[in-house]
Design a protein around this ligand. Structure first.
Ligand SMILES: Cc1cc2nc3c(=O)[nH]c(=O)nc-3n(C[C@H](O)[C@H](O)[C@H](O)COP(=O)(O)O)c2cc1C
Length: 135
């Protein structure tokens, strides 16, 4: 069993683009090392993140993220056990959205959501589309 947590948050206004890039690099390195998969998106002052991995790792990381002063207003979208990680099927790495992003993984994630979580699917796909448009 794996755990997945997703949230949106507001970036601290003092956060510069360089600091966001630093954060992205750090997150990619750290999550790859711990076999945590998912996605982190930043757009127009907001973060959207999906984390997938071992339950204790994901829970501990989420607690740390909640306390991070680089963002606030963290709103959890979902937190549940899963049997398959949506993002590990293509690359077992943490994707950080850059200019050139292969949407395949995100599409796969949304397909899974539609199947397992139809009530949430509409909101999540709307949210992701908003992020994709702006980023
Ligand atoms: C929006 C946002 C997303 C983050 N995502 C991760 C993440 O996926 N993995 C991670 O290791 N740290 C992430 N962090 C950083 C953690 O909050 C924390 O600073 C980091 O894990 C270092 O903690 P430590 O100094 O206790 O090791 C994120 C921070 C922010 C603001």
């Amino acid at each position: 069993m794996w755990q997945t947590i997703s949230y949106v948050s507001t970036a601290n206004q003092s956060l510069t683009n360089a600091e966001v890039n630093e954060l992205f690099k750090f997150v990619k390195l750290n999550n790859d090392n711990q076999n945590i998969t998912g996605i982190l998106m930043y757009s127009d002052g907001n973060f959207f993140q999906v984390l997938e991995g071992k339950p204790n790792l994901i829970q501990d990381l989420y607690k740390k993220i909640l306390l991070d002063t680089r963002h606030y207003n963290v709103i959890k979208i979902f937190d549940r056990a899963i049997t398959n990680c949506s993002f590990s099927e293509y690359h077992s790495s943490f994707k950080v959205l850059g200019q050139k992003y292969d949407h395949k993984e995100l599409d796969h994630f949304l397909e899974e959501e539609k199947f397992h979580n139809p009530d949430n699917y509409k909101n999540i796909s709307y949210l992701i589309n908003q992020f994709m448009k702006l980023s």
